[in-house]
Design a protein around this ligand. Sequence first.
Ligand code: CA
Length: 554
Amino acid sequence: MFKYLRKHPASARIFFTGRKLFTFFLVVVFFTLLTVLYADPAMGQEKPVRLEDSLVKKTVQIAPNMEPVIPHPLQDKEVRKKLAALEKKFGKKPNILIFLMDDVGYGDPGCYGGGQAVGAPSPNMDKLGEEGLILTSAYAQPTCSPTRATILTGRLPMRTGILRPALPGEKGGLDTEITMAQLLSKAGYVTQGVGKWHVGEDVGSQPQNKGFDDFYGFLNCSNEYTAWRDPSFYPEVATDPARTKAVESLPNNLYLVHGVKGKKIENLVEVTIPICKKLDQMWTDYSVKFIRKMAKSDKPFLLYHCTRGCHYDNYPSEEFEGKSPARYPYKDVFCELDQHLGTLVKTLKETGQLENTLIIVTSDNGPEMETWWDSGFTPFRGAKGSTWEGGMRVPCIVYWKGMIKPGRKSDGLFDLSDIFNTSLSLAGAMNLIPKDRYIDSIDQTSFLLSDEGQSNRKAVFYWLMETFSGVRVAEYKMMLAATYPTGDTWNKGGLSGNITIFRYAKMFNLYLDPKEEHDFFIRKLTIASFLQQAQNWHMETFKKYPSNVKNESL
Ligand code: CA
């Protein structure tokens, strides 16, 4: 053959070029095979999960006094089956752990893009998020007390009348409301409250009188305990004995308290700055004891654990002071809370209760980002006190070993009021929900637990105290009123910002414009009609079930 090729140089060129090509082909095949054999089998196979389009989904009314739901009979069926199997295994209904942080921002946990990037790693939250469900459109209310009341009653602040944070010594609270703890108690749950209460100090509103078998924490707003004692923050009081004495004589409860169902609340120790540094550790220790005790019980439990951190002013414990990469008090305390969460999860695991416990980790409102530099972080517009996304959209991690498929992430709408109906649904006690008042909560059990769960909620409503501020359906948000800066450079439209009522509504596409900067209301009136419909049905509910708040506009 070589003889032939020598005689015919043209054929030789073709032969050798062909051989090179063939060799090249073999090399390509070899490396392709290597790639296929050694590649991560999941790589390249994942497709983006598209959220069900709630804009076009119809809702159904499940009771005259309940928020309409988007029905999902198949996912309901799947989840009921899973729950029935679990109940058979454990011989009781599931436990519920609510880990509620204070003023923590959407952008703080690592699994929400924060963590190391904002100088405060959160390995425990991240692990729960990665092995559970990360909700990217979960909504609190703009401030502390309204959110806490909403979680506990399933009703929006405009119905309960808890429109803003309760001031120290102020009257009113949850006394006329019915709480999740009361109803779960009736359903056979042991109910434990730990930490910050802040929904009424009156006897009738105290936790041990609103359904909690036991409460260990404080009743008031976080900073009222310590701010005036701190010479770096309040020198005009802290360095003046007469003023200090005058503050001490105010009718505030400045104590860590203990309440037992049906008994008078007991003052334990005054919350000074050194005590404040230890509070979250003390509260975690208390919850750990409770979890250990419940391992031997034939009853399920509700543990409502509300942290002291990260509300200003933050006083990290000695162990954590200066230990976060940022070395600022908020960040140190955030890292500390992450460790406390890890301790609670570890205790559930050690006591064999992890697989029978739904864990919800969230925050009661957006961060103080725009009014104080050492605070939480949100990537959205606005901050605590506003109805811009930054004020109300919060991190919300839902974890349940064996019940929630690891690695889930959903942008389905979730309002923290939904914790109320969802908890009662898990307890098999939906029949106990009151019928004489409107319930804004929606049972989201199947959304949270089904492998491909879709939200049962069509709309989220935004209220600025008694002013209706807006509505979100799917990725669209229509705003009728919002807060704006007061004119000074310090406050950027949070609690004390001006409320502006718009002559024309504003509309934002939160997928294209998550910072709510580009109003396109007038260009997309067709979409606005859907939001208008939701607003109309919401307003109708106030006609049928009058609010506790006197408001002529309703
Ligand atoms: Ca708060």
